[in-house]
Design a protein around this ligand. Structure first.
Ligand code: FA5
Ligand code: MG
Length: 440
């Protein structure tokens, strides 16, 4: 028999993301199909709808007031993504079931806010825009994908640099210089819950917070006007009968651990109120911890993919990842001439095929996102959606069973019966092996 070695090398597991090596541990939960897509960076791919959407928003926040950062590494620390922003230790967003971890203190950012602290600290400009790919373990359907793109924006004023130290006056004067718009704003000042969203009275006056909120709201309303004017122009080119309803927006109170007060902006478009972004007055702790305690201001975060879907009328979020020329060719030249923006013309929809899987839960913790991820890691972009279809608790044993319906459909080809059956049996086996469930 082989002699027992006295010297044992410590074997550390590693992974490589974007050409960088990282040590992994028991927290590692990033599947290969996600790691493979990290280098894609759709927000930097010229003529891609996500890139074009970024350009349209950037046009509303011009340099030199706003500096653009489009190149931050998606691998960040738990400190950057959560602690620096004041997320409590037990916040559900930190769970492994919701977030992709490289190791216990390194993860794929779940939002662009992960870069707020460092960008405030670098203090390169009054305002900034950060565009980036973000990662969340989430459900599977036509509007959710585990990788999407966000844009973060902020604008700060420095007490020691404004005339007479009067921030409120400086902000109102900057607001005067912004263009006006004539859209209908419902609830411009929704009442807010004073415990969830207190005014930061220890750090600034109510008048200062009011001025900052007014500047924030006008800036974001102007952004919405720019986006939706372009969306309507594209809609009219495609359909001369498109009913051009006047644009309506409304402000809704929201909660984020790093802003107070906080809001969401909703837009009424094509028959629905649509949540576009979250925003608020930056919590002073962020500025203090970033070493710029004399600054104060606002921040927002918007999802680029959903805006792109609406601008181009793209019916399925998976299409953004397509490398099919029938998709990409339709946007050629738009980056250089935004007025040439047209709606997407869908190519024929291939037949889908749904299959159900029913199982009894095992003894370990069950998270639906794990089902979603097993399906994604096996069937990739050949699955359109996964829905909980039925559930049942045995009256005597109390055992619980779930039934999921998986809708297999490729955007690029017809899936044969043999291919679908093979995918489905791999999914079934993986559910048993990875989640310890028992197939019914
Ligand atoms: C955030 O991510 C905050 N960081 C936003 C923020 C920034 C607030 C700065 C205050 C100050 P939220 O999780 O709600 O918030 O996401 C922000 C936007 O991203 C949403 O309004 C939506 O447009 C988009 N978004 C969120 N989840 C998804 C998803 N699964 N797929 C596509 N877009 C999404
Ligand atoms: Mg939200």
């Amino acid at each position: 028999s082989a002699p027992a070695s006295r010297w044992r090398p410590t074997i550390r597991a590693r992974t490589e993301i974007n050409g960088e090596k990282y040590e992994t541990d028991s927290w590692f939960n990033v599947p290969p199909n996600i790691i493979d897509k990290v280098p894609r960076r759709l927000h930097l791919q010229k003529d891609h709808p996500v890139y074009i959407t970024r350009q349209i928003i950037e046009s509303v926040f011009p340099p030199p007031t706003y500096k653009y950062h489009n190149d931050f590494n998606p691998v960040v620390t738990t400190h950057q993504n959560f602690d620096s922003l004041g997320f409590p230790k037990d916040h559900p967003g930190r769970a492994k079931s919701d977030t992709y971890y490289v190791n216990s203190n390194t993860l794929l950012r779940t939002h662009t806010s992960a870069h707020q602290a460092e960008t405030f600290g670098a203090n390169l400009s009054a305002g900034y825009l950060i565009s980036a790919d973000v990662y969340r373990r989430d459900e599977v359907d036509r509007s959710h994908y585990p990788i999407f793109h966000q844009m973060e924006g902020a604008h700060s004023w420095d007490r020691t640099k404004v005339p007479n130290g009067d921030v409120a006056a400086a902000v109102w004067s900057d607001l005067e210089k912004l263009p006006k718009h004539n859209i209908e704003v419902q609830d411009p000042n929704p009442p807010f819950h004073h415990e969830r969203n207190p005014l930061q009275e220890r750090h600034h006056s109510a008048a200062e917070a009011e001025a900052i909120a007014a500047h924030l709201k006008r800036s974001l309303e102007l952004m919405v006007v720019e986006i939706f004017t372009r969306a309507k122009a594209a809609a009219k080119k495609a359909d001369p009968n498109f009913v051009d309803e006047p644009l309506q927006v409304r402000w809704v109170e929201a909660y984020f651990p790093f802003t107070s007060p906080s809001w969401e902006l909703e837009v009424y478009y094509d028959g629905d109120w649509l949540e576009c972004l979250g925003c608020g007055v930056v919590k002073q702790d962020l500025y203090i911890n970033a070493g710029v305690p004399n600054q104060l201001g606002w921040a927002f975060g918007i999802g680029l993919d959903r805006i792109a879907m609406l601008l181009f009328k793209i019916p399925d979020i998976r299409l953004f990842w397509s490398q099919d020329e029938r998709f990409l060719k339709q946007f050629t030249g738009v980056s250089d001439n935004l007025d040439s923006l047209r709606r997407f013309t869908p190519f024929s929809k291939y037949p889908g095929c749904y299959k159900d899987v029913s199982f009894w839960l095992g003894s370990t913790d069950f998270h639906e996102n794990d089902v979603m991820e097993i399906v994604r890691s096996i069937a990739g972009d050949s699955v359109e959606d996964v829905k909980l279809f039925d559930h049942f608790t045995h009256p005597k044993t109390g055992r619980k069973s779930l039934c999921y319906r998986i809708n297999y459909r490729s955007l690029e080809r017809t899936l044969t019966n043999a291919v679908t059956n093979d995918l489905h049996s791999q999914v079934t086996e993986a559910l048993v092996e990875k989640l310890g469930v028992e197939i019914r």
